[in-house]
Design a protein around this ligand. Structure first.
Ligand SMILES: NC(=O)c1ccc[n+]([C@@H]2O[C@H](COP(=O)([O-])OP(=O)(O)OC[C@H]3O[C@@H](n4cnc5c(N)ncnc54)[C@H](OP(=O)(O)O)[C@@H]3O)[C@@H](O)[C@H]2O)c1
Length: 231
């Protein structure tokens, strides 16, 4: 069953957001790609239509307009623009929205290595989002470990998605969305504070990709089947 809510992907012109948009458009979801430049967003939406077919429900808008048109929001922007974009979006974020944060605070954001993360005062990029988002909005950390190369390739991805949130209902919505990506098993990772660990795993995966020349992902084994089932 498709989510009836449109999904706005802020920073969706980059490889990570584009890959998520592609996968959800392939699954029949309604996707709005957000960008600082409406034209760039429309071009990205057009590329998705070319891959998925003319029936794909995908469009492109400037970030604030994309945000105003949806209540499922995904942040896929580099950490250096994270706080500033959230402040810009804040008046446009509707009460009851779910903000999914895939941002990783890589040290590369400040000229350091992509294999290291920065210390974020709140504990993680996702927790920074929780601090900056308006009241009545649920923040979910997810997709930090699902690489763009996997998303933009054809066929199922070989990666689990761990979903962290202080709002169990929002976590459930996002796990359901994650499993629309073929190959993904979505696992409840507990409270939003655990996003700190997910963000750090990404730095390790980048290091593994460089060392072994691959596109790594994660799989969590050994849990009861119920942990992998999404209602
Ligand atoms: N790439 C991956 O495999 C991967 C995997 C997991 C998680 N992530 C995380 O997901 C996020 C996006 O990754 P990405 O590789 O797609 O990043 P990216 O290409 O560097 O950036 C994504 C988009 O963000 C917008 N952007 C760039 N700088 C900005 C700024 N200062 N303020 C506002 N918007 C800005 C750009 O869109 P416009 O110019 O069109 O506005 C850009 O296309 C990052 O936090 C990354 O750590 C990435």
């Amino acid at each position: 069953m498709n989510t009836t809510r449109p999904i706005a992907i802020l920073g969706g012109t980059g490889p990570e957001g584009f890959g998520l948009a592609l996968r959800w458009a392939q699954a029949g979801e309604t996707v709005i790609i957000g960008s600082r430049d409406a034209r760039r967003a429309q071009d990205a939406a057009e590329k998705i239509k070319q891959r998925v077919g003319p029936s794909a429900k995908v469009s492109g808008s400037e970030n604030v307009a994309a945000c105003s048109a949806a209540d499922l929001l995904v942040l896929t922007i580099p950490f250096e623009g994270h706080a500033a974009l959230l402040k810009q979006l804040k008046p446009a974020i509707r009460p009851g929205s779910i903000v999914i944060d895939a941002t990783v605070p890589l040290a590369a954001s400040v000229g350091g290595r992509a294999t290291r993360t920065l210390g974020v005062w709140q504990g993680s990029a996702a927790q920074q989002t929780a601090e900056l988002a308006p009241k009545g909005v649920s923040v979910v950390g997810a997709f930090q470990n699902l690489g763009a190369e996997l998303l933009n390739a054809d066929g199922p991805v070989d990666c689990d998605v761990i979903v962290c949130s202080d709002d169990p209902n929002a976590g459930q919505v996002v796990r359901s969305l994650a499993t629309k990506i073929p190959g993904v098993r979505a696992i409840d990772g507990g409270k939003l504070e655990n996003a700190r660990i997910l963000e750090q795993i990404t730095a390790l995966l980048i290091g593994l990709n460089i060392r072994h020349k691959g596109h790594s992902g994660i799989r969590i084994t050994g849990l009861p089947q119920a942990a992998y089932d999404v209602m």
